[in-house]
Design a binder for this molecule. Structure first.
Ligand SMILES: [Zn+2]
Length: 252
């Protein structure tokens, strides 16, 4: 009897602890990392139906999407974020980001950031320049994902500079606006990457590191929540958000 009582007390403490974490909104901002919104078996493809459910969940939970520029502006005291901000990013620049994701984002009043591999533009499965310009005109923030999807952590200094600068130049030439953010391919960067990005005129960069983001963090090491193809529906999505929150609370 005594053991059961102890077990129940522990269970109660765990449940109420989880309840507090779920309902607690820490100041950190989540950045979601998607790749494809497509109905195939790719590990990084979220089906349009699942993506739609995820966006609906975010809106119902009170989240409002912001761009990375707005996020960093807020860190610098130049922009007031909404009460529950979230950044939605896509890596690689797949065609389905325009065909499948954008209409869903628009339906829910959300906006996204798409990181383009400039050397892949117009290839099979990838966005072409017209699509990218159209997405930008409809409120999508465009960033760089290097020229060749290069693992910057393993690249020499000269190669890093080239990947970082050339992709930015190419995007800016096509889009006629400054490009200030990059996502590291494979989440890979070196101690020099931040210095090189600053030098090239970037304001920040997204990694694959887990957690949430606040003013105290390094803007060139922005943390993201990876969203691959869900095996357990919306629950998995909610758990991924929760896990980032827990990670943030306990590592600050
Ligand atoms: Zn990538």
């Amino acid at each position: 009897m005594k053991l059961i009582r102890i077990f129940l007390i522990i269970l109660l403490v765990v449940i109420s602890g989880l309840g507090i974490i779920i309902s607690y909104d820490p100041p950190g901002v989540p950045i979601l990392a998607y790749h494809k919104v497509e109905s195939d078996n790719d590990l990084y493809s979220v089906s349009p139906t699942e993506f739609s459910r995820q966006m609906e969940f975010l809106v119902k939970s009170g989240y409002q999407s912001v761009s990375l520029a707005q996020l960093v502006d807020s860190f610098e005291g130049k922009y007031n974020l909404p009460a529950k901000p979230i950044v939605i990013t896509f890596d690689d620049g797949y065609l389905d980001n325009y065909r499948n994701a954008l209409p869903i984002l628009q339906k829910y009043g959300m906006r996204a950031t798409v990181f383009i591999i400039t050397g892949q533009v117009g290839q099979t499965e990838y966005l072409n320049w017209d699509d990218i310009v159209r997405m930008q005109q409809q409120g999508t923030e465009i960033g760089s994902h290097t020229v060749h999807h290069t693992e910057l952590g393993k690249a020499g200094l000269a190669a890093q500079v080239e990947e970082i600068q050339q992709s930015k130049n190419m995007l800016e030439q096509r889009l006629k606006v400054p490009v200030h953010f990059l996502a590291y391919p494979y989440g890979s960067f070196t101690g020099n990457s931040e210095y090189l990005l600053r030098g090239a005129g970037y304001r920040g960069a997204c990694t694959g590191l887990p957690g949430l983001n606040d003013q105290a963090g390094n803007y060139y090491h922005l943390r993201r929540i990876n969203i691959p193809r869900p095996r357990f529906g919306l629950w998995e999505f909610r758990l991924r958000l929760l896990r980032a929150k827990i990670y943030y609370v306990f590592t600050r």
